[in-house]
Design a protein around this ligand. Structure first.
Ligand code: XIL
Length: 352
């Protein structure tokens, strides 16, 4: 079967995810990965809840297995993720740590330790993941901070500024985002730092993300640590679409909006279940019509990625065979359970 990474060698790297079990199974997941993909995102192993169960405890065993395997096989590491409301570590910013002084100190400890551990090995980092509300709810059309996820423990901790009585601009709870990027840049100056989110094609959320990237890059210009580069050099579009709601026009608009910020854009987690988001296909085979519709959607996406190829850092598909997907019930990937290529694979190979 033609290798996807070879098919796209003149456009952009093609990525996929790995878990430690993928290195140990007996149906050749690792071989299949090597054939098609040249950049790897650890699906879960590098998330804070996996790496650090408690303060001053770090366990890199699982993540290192994946990283060593990748780098030994000429596969680049996209590291995922440092600061997130989900799959985080409670000690960072909850309970006793739910205040600005402690949470920011813990963030420093975490980023210096983890980004420091992968320094020189991570090509790119998702520094902050999913800081905005689901569909950009609350966005007032001009201030990106109005669209933030106010229930993130990072936001809540930074809002609890119990060391000072008056609020100034520099005490804004959204500062947790800027702090994370500055820490990551100082720790691993060669890594390209990404902001990553989903529903990124929805106009309110799209515009809030773009405004944030521009605002933080502008704030960086007068930072003592300024190094002549953008601070946020990449925007990750997760691209968890689903058949019933997929709108290629919005994807095109989002690509254009993000490219115009001056950042690279990467497609970081693309998948495309048939039907609804949580479609329960119950392991039934897709009908011919469903498989074709899914392939048509993938073709539209990859035609757009080719159109913007100059600005695209990588395109990563969130899973290999359908049954390994986090949304397995919608059979969202290019290969079926036994890695037989679906119509979607051929559509990606030749989208136009
Ligand atoms: C998902 C994994 O695929 C699942 O195995 C896990 O149970 C939950 O997280 N956005 C992200 C990814 O940035 O880290 C998520 O990955 C999917 C949504």
């Amino acid at each position: 079967l033609k290798s996807l990474k070879e098919a796209y060698q003149n456009y952009f790297p093609i990525g996929n995810i790995m878990e430690v079990r993928d290195l140990e199974d007996d149906y050749n997941t690792a071989e299949m990965f090597k054939h098609h993909f040249n950049v790897m995102t650890p699906e879960n192993a590098m998330k804070p809840d996996q790496i650090s169960k408690a303060k001053d405890q770090y366990d890199f065993t699982a993540a290192d297995k994946l990283v060593d395997w990748a780098l030994n096989n000429g596969i680049a590491l996209h590291a995922h993720t440092l600061v997130w409301h989900s799959q985080s570590a409670a000690w960072l910013n909850t309970g006793e740590a739910a205040n600005r002084a402690t949470a920011s100190e813990n963030m420093k400890n975490y980023i210096e330790t983890v980004a420091g551990h992968y320094k020189g090995r991570a090509t790119t980092w998702d520094v902050v993941n999913e800081a905005f509300a689901n569909a950009g709810e609350g966005f007032d059309g001009s201030d990106w901070r109005t669209a933030l996820r106010k229930d993130s423990p990072w936001y809540i901790a930074y809002a609890n500024n119990n060391t000072k009585s008056s609020k100034t601009l520099t005490e804004d709870p959204s500062d947790y985002i800027y702090d994370a990027y500055v820490l990551a840049r100082k720790t691993d100056p060669n890594a390209i730092l990404y902001y990553n989110d989903y529903n990124e094609e929805i106009p309110a959320k799209r515009d809030a993300i773009a405004l944030m990237v521009m605002a933080l890059n502008q704030r960086w210009l007068t930072d003592d640590n300024y190094d002549g580069r953008l601070l946020i050099e990449g925007i990750g579009m997760q691209s968890h679409y689903w058949g019933d709601s997929f709108d290629a026009f919005l994807v095109d608009e989002a690509l254009a909006t993000f490219v115009a910020t001056g950042a690279k854009v990467s497609i970081s987690e693309v998948d495309m279940p048939v039907g609804a988001w949580n479609n329960q296909h119950n392991g039934k085979k897709l009908t011919k019509e469903e498989e074709t519709q899914q392939a048509v959607n993938y073709a539209k996406l990859f035609a757009l990625y080719k159109k913007y190829a100059k600005f695209i850092g990588r395109v990563t598909i969130w899973g290999k065979g359908d049954d390994q997907s986090w949304r397995a019930s919608g059979m969202p990937l290019l290969f079926d359970n036994s890695f037989t290529a679906k119509e979607a694979y051929y559509a990606v190979l030749e989208p136009e």
